[in-house]
Ligand binder design. Structure first.
Ligand SMILES: *Cc1c(COP(=O)(O)O)cnc(C)c1O
Length: 398
């Protein structure tokens, strides 16, 4: 029988493919903003599940909904109807732009579906404009859409060539990139992995107008920014009058369970005819039950408001910290998506925080990223920020 962390890690290293840089803790249990490792040590998790656990770990409403559904019906095939899939599609549409939904199981799959739909509608137009420092997932096509060459090892050159990369938050560059073979522009309303980048308020409206003018699609990748993360159900809702033609969702959509989706305006969705696209697991009753419970939690527990007020509070505290530590170059955020940019690499600061019992993320080399559970209290958030401040002080003095 396996007992120690060392033995768990050894087993892993022998039998699990080593495609992740893993940190040497084994997580065994979670509740709210806390997780525990196999040695019983507790961590304050301010980056739960890379954004999947938007409601924190094991939210009671999600746990209950899954427990209820798992003994009734786990999976049925998509050549039949199931009640929960329709109900979830309606819930997504009601909280966004009234479109139609296709379900899959992950962010990259949602991006794949969006790209395919845009290209089918585009006819002989196949090119899609995407943004530098974007992140769209790891399947061959999704990673080709991701305008970060460091991720392109082993990706088909032909796939990469069907995207045009332009700088983020640069409308003139998009205008120039829209040639006769372009069928869509794909963009994150706020970039997460690319360093928590907040575009100017007129960026999305200008993109919308540009796409309308050329009769091409605006695809918004809301895999990270969706499901309340930024203080609205979806990131685009911060931009008045803007709706996407296609929107991707995943990460927090299932309250922790694996689910992905695209929503498209009906006049666009109609191009996905029977036979054009499918997902065996997509929209299964269990994942849909969890996602419906997540929507209910956001509404009943007023979590959008909490994401906004916690996020604003965190930004204020980090900005105050900036006076003490000039190594903090910038503090950026929207709702509960917050980035602290340093003048140096932050990978070891992440490790130091972990040793001190705080889980965060370091992205784009220098940006410390916080995406706490939307359920987090100000008191617990403050505890995390205090640990970060202490760790940063030690880190800078080394
Ligand atoms: C995480 C992410 C993806 C990929 O999602 P997976 O579930 O890992 O495939 C795509 N787009 C954005 C914006 C993401 O943050």
């Amino acid at each position: 029988m396996i007992v120690t962390t060392n033995e768990y890690v050894k087993q892993f290293q022998r039998y699990v493919i080593g495609n992740y840089g893993r940190n040497p803790i084994v997580l065994v249990r979670g509740k709210g903003s806390y997780v525990w490792d196999a040695d019983g040590k507790r961590y304050l998790d301010m980056f739960p599940g890379w954004g999947v656990n938007g409601l924190g770990h094991c939210h009671p409403r999600v746990v209950k909904a899954v427990q209820k559904q798992v003994g009734r019906l786990i999976h049925v095939a998509n050549n039949y109807y199931n009640k929960l899939q329709g109900e979830l599609a309606r819930t997504i549409a009601k909280n966004s732009f009234g479109g139609q939904v296709f379900f899959c199981n992950s962010g990259a799959e949602a991006v794949e579906a969006a790209i395919k739909l845009a290209r089918i509608r585009g006819g002989n137009k196949h090119r899609i404009v995407t943004m530098k420092d974007s992140f769209h997932g790891r399947t061959n096509m999704a990673i080709a859409a991701t305008a970060q060459p460091k991720y392109h090892k082993g990706v088909l050159p032909a796939a990469v060539k069907s995207f045009t990369y332009v700088p983020y938050n640069d409308i003139a560059a998009v205008r120039k990139a829209i040639k006769s073979d372009v069928c869509a522009v794909m963009v994150e309303p706020f970039q997460g992995e690319g360093g928590v980048n907040i575009p100017s308020p007129d960026y999305l409206p200008a993109l919308r107008r540009l796409c309308d003018k050329h009769n091409i699609l605006l695809i918004l990748d809301e895999v990270t920014t969706g499901m309340g993360r930024t203080g609205k159900y979806f990131g685009y809702q911060h931009s008045k009058g803007v709706t996407p033609d296609i929107m991707t969702m995943a990460k927090a959509l299932g309250g922790g369970l694996a689910i992905g989706a695209i929503e498209a305006k009906p006049e666009v969705a109609q191009y996905l005819l029977p036979g054009t696209h499918a997902s065996t697991f997509g929209g299964n009753p269990l994942a849909c039950a969890a996602s419906l419970a997540a929507f209910e939690a956001i509404k009943e527990e007023k979590l959008l408001q909490n994401a906004r007020s916690i996020g604003n509070h965190m930004v204020r505290r980090f900005r105050a910290m900036q006076k003490k530590f000039p190594a903090i170059l910038d503090v950026r955020g929207r709702g509960a998506l917050v980035g602290v940019e340093l003048d140096r690499n932050g990978a070891d600061l992440f490790k130091l925080c972990m040793q001190k019992g705080l889980l965060i993320n370091c992205t784009h080399d220098t940006v410390m990223r916080f995406m706490p559970a939307m359920t987090i209290s100000k008191e617990i958030a403050n505890q995390g920020i205090d640990v970060f401040e202490k760790a940063l002080g030690e880190y800078l003095n080394q």
